[in-house]
Ligand binder design. Structure first.
Ligand SMILES: *Cc1c(COP(=O)(O)O)cnc(C)c1O
Length: 368
């Protein structure tokens, strides 16, 4: 019997997106314009911030945030070693030094793991809200205040997530991605959120060649612009975000219930006070398991379940980063353990109950 394939992610495009893109195409105005502005207004409102600045992708969002803070070569930024490579690349792009705090059972860095790394060169803390679960921002915010540090949140996977009732991306400078597989997508795209008018102004300048008014250049800038075509794809999804995130949460609860008694499997945690948006549903294969992670992933694939491994190594554990003085690989044993044992199961909003049952059955057959 051949099983249908259950994909790990979905590009969820509906009629509303098609309609809005067609409107832009027919308007003859394809680059940054009123639709980008509409996206910014909606995104800021949804995340409870005063400014949202749309940029070309999540990586440029991170880079622009650091540039707007005036990060200089040699300044240190404390981040997570258990993240997508863009987090580290943005730090290197501005010439800063990356320090790595360990992550906890929530797969995120914490105030406790960051504190010992804070020194005279530290300029910012860059937590990553991994898999859609925001880091424990209350204590991180207090630590940053105490030491006069900026916070740049890598919220690429956490649109609409909350901590203590406040949106991810509203605790510092928030950097979101609209890449094809994210909970909100425009193919490629990014958004920076902030309550600081000065930061917002600098990011708007940096985004458009440093230009304030036509041919009036204030700073050397870049082209970080998003297009109205892309904003037209993202807008209907922003309107659906509550629905998307609640479907993902329902699917996660369904998987939780179906997998709860598997002793070799660790299910994801959602600590008190945090609202997960389940960009990924990430489990870990315990060391007690007779099957290792690689075997579980390949056996699931044979059964039509595409499990992802995010991320198979710590972000700095690649030859291209070795020996670079800007990359300081502080020891992070828990992150190392997760990188060897995690896998993500399909949880996206377009899964049917039969898909979820299939994921549960296949996983139980291997680890039950
Ligand atoms: C996707 C992602 C980014 C980068 O976003 P792009 O839009 O692909 O440039 C950064 N950090 C994390 C954690 C991501 O998942």
């Amino acid at each position: 019997m051949s099983r249908p394939v259950v994909p790990i992610s979905v590009v969820d495009i509906g009629d509303a997106e098609v309609r809005r893109v067609e409107e832009v195409l027919r308007s003859g105005r394809l680059a940054q314009g009123p639709v980008v502005e509409e996206l910014e207004t909606e995104f800021a409102r949804m995340h409870g911030v005063t400014h949202a600045i749309a940029v070309s992708n999540g990586t440029t969002a991170l880079t622009a945030a650091l540039q707007a803070l005036g990060v200089k070569p040699g300044d240190e930024i404390i981040t997570s070693p258990f993240t997508f490579v863009a987090t580290l690349n943005a730090i290197l792009e501005v010439g800063a030094v990356a320090r790595f705090a360990d992550v906890g059972p929530d797969y995120c860095i914490s105030a406790d793991s960051v504190a010992p790394l804070v020194g005279p060169r530290t300029i910012a803390i860059m937590p990553v809200h991994l898999y859609g679960l925001p880091a424990d921002m209350g204590p991180i915010h207090q630590l940053a205040e105490r030491h006069g540090l900026a916070i740049v949140e890598d919220a690429a996977q956490a649109h609409g997530a909350k901590v203590e009732g406040r949106s991810a991306g509203s605790w510092g400078i928030g950097c979101f991605s609209l890449y094809a597989t994210k909970n909100v997508t425009s193919g490629e795209g990014g958004i920076v959120t902030t309550n600081d008018a000065g930061i917002a102004d600098r990011i708007r300048l940096l985004r458009n060649q440093g230009m304030r008014a036509r041919y009036q250049y204030e700073i050397p800038g870049h082209n970080y612009r998003l297009t109205d075509l892309q904003a037209a794809i993202a807008l209907p999804q922003i309107a659906r975000l509550g629905h998307i995130n609640s479907r993902r949460n329902q699917n996660a609860s369904y998987l939780d219930a179906g997998l709860s008694d598997l002793e070799h499997l660790r299910r994801p945690v959602t600590p008190e006070g945090r609202e997960h948006v389940f960009h990924q549903y990430t489990v870990a294969v315990r060391s007690s398991s007779p099957l290792d992670r690689g075997t579980v992933v390949s056996e699931l694939a044979k059964d039509g379940v595409t499990a992802g491994v995010y991320y198979p190594k710590l972000v700095h554990d690649y030859d291209c980063y070795r020996g670079i003085p800007q990359v300081r690989p502080d020891p992070t044993p828990t992150a190392t353990e997760w990188s060897k044992s995690v896998l993500s199961l399909p949880v996206h909003q377009r899964l049917a109950v039969t898909d979820l049952d299939h994921v549960i059955e296949s996983t139980r057959r291997l680890l039950g």
